[in-house]
Design a protein around this ligand. Structure first.
Ligand SMILES: NC(=O)C1=CN([C@@H]2O[C@H](COP(=O)(O)OP(=O)(O)OC[C@H]3O[C@@H](n4cnc5c(N)ncnc54)[C@H](O)[C@@H]3O)[C@@H](O)[C@H]2O)[C@@H](O)CC1
Ligand SMILES: Nc1ncnc2c1ncn2[C@@H]1O[C@H](COP(=O)(O)OP(=O)(O)O)[C@@H](O)[C@H]1O
Ligand SMILES: [K+]
Length: 481
């Protein structure tokens, strides 16, 4: 389990050490930052004589950069610094840099490493023009320089992960004590993340709302058949998806459900013939009323928004079992929110941003974590908001929002949402709590996309993702073994 505290929680954890005012924390941060840069230099040709440029802002983020620059200069790195506001540059850090031979310059020469010490957790908004100009000139002169962000790439909001352009895009981000929300919400902007130990209380950040499961946790919790299990005991999932004209969603969703667990998969809808043709293990009928017992339903992917679809949604939501509503089902639900009111079994909604806006009447907005939390509380349902960073909130636990950072964007392809609902719905049918099922399913979905794309990676369709689900589960289960 990783936890991603807010800036307020990070500041409280730092203050609790009593080591802020005396500069001890900054010293540790600077050591960690310098070590990460030295490691990078060693891995790419050596340390001595390499060139590092520091872009230094007016706060402690700039202080970290200056002290780290001093340590690099002592190891033979040629360090230069551009001070964005010379009168406010951290005095101790600046003195240290000067003592070790680092130079203050107005513009950089060629660089191997460009260090973004502009702003950290005290920053707000985009890069100001002077900072953007210095970075732009440095990038133009040294396009292959490695960009190292101190704490987080400047211009990225630490709590929401919003990238306020112009913003820094880093190859490596070195942070201190605890990862910030932005590191998972805007992971592609941060590059590789190094978290330096600065001696925070080991319990620090325990109150962080935003959390992610490790692969090992997902693997250990993945349901597999036990010695006395049969097909029914592992959960029967019922799927209402696709249509006679558009059977694709039904095939993808059903295929994903079959791969995710060993329980039984039923299908109810107009694509029954095509489903059985592709997946002979499925028991398929025309309508949900004919389907027999299930432990969870998936309803909505590609099943349209006509009167028949509406009637099927009504039937499924009237069942006293967990229901996952996706895609067209969400669009219909947005028009008929009263359908949720009588339900006592859990409901799980899996919107993308557009469906989320339809459901709530408002765009997701900058604070995705708060948006998903509020939506879950308002609707009394678990909500999974899709994206590169998928967020999951339940209705009864405002102190937990789970996040799955996909690690790659190969899943951004048509029909991959149908695969996600198949995986998550099959997990729901095994009896897992909705938020856990959603987070585990999202993780397996991302890993499957990554495996299907291969190395160095090639575009995939959703069918390839579905075909890789079994391998993804193996990878997740092996990661905890
Ligand atoms: N507080 C602590 O204990 C520690 C703090 N550390 C470092 O200190 C940083 C936080 O320092 P500060 O609180 O001084 O804040 P920052 O250095 O992150 O930024 C605050 C300064 O930047 C200016 N600013 C805000 N937005 C800006 C923008 N868009 N463009 C240009 N300037 C902008 C503000 O006016 C202020 O002067 C952390 O991110 C981390 O790097 C580390 O030294 C570890 C210990
Ligand atoms: N940039 C991205 N990186 C990684 N995964 C993504 C990205 N964009 C979307 N996804 C994932 O791909 C799936 C897309 O679902 P959805 O938008 O419903 O597509 P469809 O309706 O075509 O099936 C979701 O699981 C989502 O989290
Ligand atoms: K920074």
């Amino acid at each position: 389990m990783s936890r991603y505290p807010t800036v307020a929680q990070i500041r409280a954890a730092e203050a609790a050490t009593g080591l802020l005012a005396n500069g001890v924390l900054m010293g540790r941060a600077a050591h960690g930052l310098a070590s990460a840069i030295l490691n990078h230099l060693r891995d790419t040709g050596g340390v001595y004589g390499r060139r590092a440029g520091l872009v230094v802002g007016s706060g402690d983020n700039g202080g970290d950069a200056l002290y780290a620059g001093a340590l690099l200069a002592r190891r033979g790195v040629a360090v230069s610094a551009v001070l964005l506001d010379p009168a406010k540059a951290h005095p101790g850090g600046l003195a240290a840099l000067r003592r070790t031979g680092g130079r203050v310059v107005v513009e950089f020469g060629e660089l191997d490493v460009l260090v973004d010490g502009i702003v950290g957790i005290g920053g707000s908004g985009p890069l100001r023009p002077a900072a953007a100009a210095v970075l732009g000139a440095a990038r133009a002169l040294s396009p292959s320089a490695t960009v190292v962000a101190v704490d987080l790439p400047s211009g990225v909001d630490a709590d929401t992960g919003v990238v306020n352009e112009p913003a820094v895009r880093a190859d490596l981000t070195v942070t201190f004590g605890l990862p910030r929300r932005a590191h998972v919400l805007a992971a592609p902007q941060c590059g590789r993340l190094v978290v330096v130990d600065i001696g925070l209380d080991p319990g620090a950040g325990r109150d962080a709302v935003l959390q992610s499961l490790s692969d090992a946790q997902v693997g250990a919790a993945w349901p597999v058949p036990g010695p006395f299990d049969d097909k029914y005991r592992q959960g029967v999932v019922g799927i209402v998806a696709g249509s006679a004209v558009y059977p694709g969603a039904a095939l993808l969703c059903t295929g994903a459900a079959i791969a995710a667990t060993s329980g039984m998969t039923r299908y109810a809808g107009p694509a029954a013939a095509a489903v059985v043709d592709h997946h002979p293990e499925v028991v398929a009928v025309g309508e949900p009323e004919e389907a027999g017992r299930v432990q969870a339903w998936i309803v909505g992917p590609g099943f349209g928004t006509d009167v028949d679809a509406r009637a099927r949604l009504r039937t499924v939501l009237a069942a006293d079992v967990p229901v996952l509503v996706d895609a067209d089902g969400i669009t219909l639900l947005a028009q008929n929110p009263d359908l949720l009111a009588p339900r006592s079994a859990p409901t799980l909604l899996t919107p993308h941003a557009g469906e989320f806006a339809r459901l709530t009447g408002a765009e997701v907005g900058a604070d995705r974590v708060e948006a998903v939390r509020a939506c879950a509380a308002d609707l009394g349902a678990t909500v999974l908001l899709k994206g590169r960073a998928t967020l999951i909130a339940g209705p009864d636990d405002p102190d937990t929002v789970l996040v799955n950072e996909a690690g790659s964007s190969w899943a951004a392809t048509a029909g991959s949402g149908d695969a996600l609902s198949g995986i998550v719905g099959a997990l729901l049918a095994t009896g897992l709590p909705p938020a856990l099922a959603a987070a585990m399913g999202a993780r397996a979905h991302s890993v499957a996309a990554h495996i299907a794309a291969g190395r160095p990676g090639a575009p995939i369709g959703a069918s390839a993702l579905v075909a890789a689900i079994s391998d993804a589960i193996r990878v997740l289960r092996a990661s905890g073994a």
